[in-house]
Write a protein that binds this ligand. Structure first.
Ligand SMILES: *Cc1c(COP(=O)(O)O)cnc(C)c1O
Length: 425
């Protein structure tokens, strides 16, 4: 089975003439379609807002496009907060959902007026101490423990995850917040990751809507928003079918009307913090075949490595590969597609059936738009690649340059004895 690509071989070669491979290519048209679909899916909820999970794809050019659609930022670190601020996304347009949080991060979140989503009950005192007072609008992260299961077998294990508070702590937290002057309260939970089913958000919404009623009963706190967080997945494999955000939105609406409206809680705003679903499929790692090797297996070496896309090496994650210009050709060969790191897990694919790959061919590694560039590192002194945005009219723009050696050595810049490291390039 084939997955569609958003660039032709000819266009990719044209881009590669100006910006050598490897690079991550993003599809503006696909991104905008996605943003529109997300917005429409939840437009029935008056206060709806998507806070893009910056960690998935921290590129200001892309987030600026999201801002046009009214999206905010879900940040979890100091530098993600900086990025958001630089784009003018501040105040309640920032959701700060962190855990194990350093003081300076809370201080910056407080300064920017972000809505802080409290991961642990002990953080309430800390935030109050660090900021001098609690913000007027705050959120609490819930962890129900146990197992969380969907009907298609998708399962996650909240009881084994480090995030959020128990139900008892949750009630206590709302009491504390209320006593200390907080006026707007939110509830947040993230129970399963990369769910390739339309069922996840509706099921989570049902749990959180029921909980909202209990919270009101137990503490008198009436929530003003419920944050479904991230977890909506994408079909990495060609035989999986994509989630339909329109259906997801409608199913959440049903729960909303069943559970919250009769309780006179129909004014609750819904928030989401999707990352992977927003940018995953609209980014691809474009890399060139530069080496073939025939030993006990057949290897195709490419000019990218795990530094540019770590998921296969880190989780054994599947990323579909299309040999550009050979779409539809018979899959006659079985290859390991490798990068150049001195790590045998540096393989984008293992025993993958592909058409015959010739040296110089361009490989389109799908679904690299989330947790792709963002997870990159510099092992073996390998440099991170450029990011390029393919515009709707077929033109393209560099949206992050490739690293140069001087970037790799930048943290030695305070040592004149090694100034030679900066002479090149
Ligand atoms: C990672 C993360 C998200 C985004 O998750 P996706 O699976 O990319 O949608 C949202 N919220 C929080 C708190 C996260 O840690």
């Amino acid at each position: 089975m084939e997955k569609p690509v958003f660039v032709t071989r000819e266009k990719a070669e044209e881009i590669a003439k100006k910006y050598p491979t490897p690079f991550i290519l993003y599809d503006e048209k696909g991104l905008r379609e996605n943003l529109e679909a997300i917005k429409n899916a939840f437009s029935w909820n008056k206060g709806y807002k998507e806070y893009f999970a910056v960690k998935a794809c921290p590129n200001p050019f892309l987030i600026r496009i999201m801002k046009e659609y009214g999206f905010g930022c879900d940040c979890s670190s100091y530098t993600e907060l900086m990025l958001s601020k630089e784009l003018g996304i501040i105040g309640s347009d920032i959701m700060f959902s962190s855990n194990d949080t350093p003081d300076e991060d809370y201080i910056l979140a407080g300064k920017l007026g972000a809505t802080i989503n409290v991961d642990d009950i002990t953080h309430i005192d800390r935030i109050e101490e660090l900021l001098g007072h609690l913000p007027k609008k705050m959120s609490v992260r819930f962890n129900p423990g146990g197992l969380f299961q969907l009907s298609n077998g998708i399962m996650d294990n909240p009881g084994d995850s480090k995030y959020g508070m128990t139900e008892e702590q949750l009630y206590e937290a709302y009491e504390m917040l209320k006593d200390r002057g907080v006026e707007e309260f939110g509830l947040h939970a993230f129970l399963a990751s990369n769910t390739v089913t339309n069922e996840y958000y509706p099921k989570l919404a049902g749990i959180l809507f029921d909980l909202a009623i209990k919270i009101r009963e137990k503490t008198g706190v009436k929530l003003s928003f419920i944050n479904l967080s991230g977890g909506v997945g994408i079909p990495y494999r060609p035989d999986q079918s994509a989630n339909d955000i329109g259906i997801i939105g409608k199913e959440v609406q049903k729960k909303f009307e069943e559970i919250l409206i009769p309780e006179d809680m129909g004014d609750i705003s819904l928030y989401t913090e999707m990352g992977r679903f927003v940018t995953g499929p609209i980014g691809a790692l474009v890399t060139r075949a530069i080496h073939e090797k025939h030993i006990y297996k057949e290897y195709i070496g490419v000019d990218a490595c795990a530094v540019n896309l770590m998921r296969p090496a880190m989780y054994g994650a599947y990323h579909h590969i299309t040999v550009l210009g050979k779409e539809g050709k018979a899959l006659t060969e079985k290859y390991d597609i490798t990068g150049s790191l001195c790590e045998n897990n540096d393989k984008f694919a293992i025993d993958r059936l592909l058409p015959k790959v010739d040296m110089g061919d361009l490989l389109f590694i799908h679904d690299a738009g989330a947790h792709g560039y963002a997870m990159g590192y510099n092992y073996n002194g390998k440099l991170k690649c450029a990011e390029i945005l393919l515009r709707e009219d077929g033109s393209y723009d560099l949206i992050r340059r490739a690293e140069a050696p001087k970037d790799y050595f930048a943290t030695f810049d305070c040592f004149p004895e090694f100034s030679g490291l900066f002479k090149d390039k």
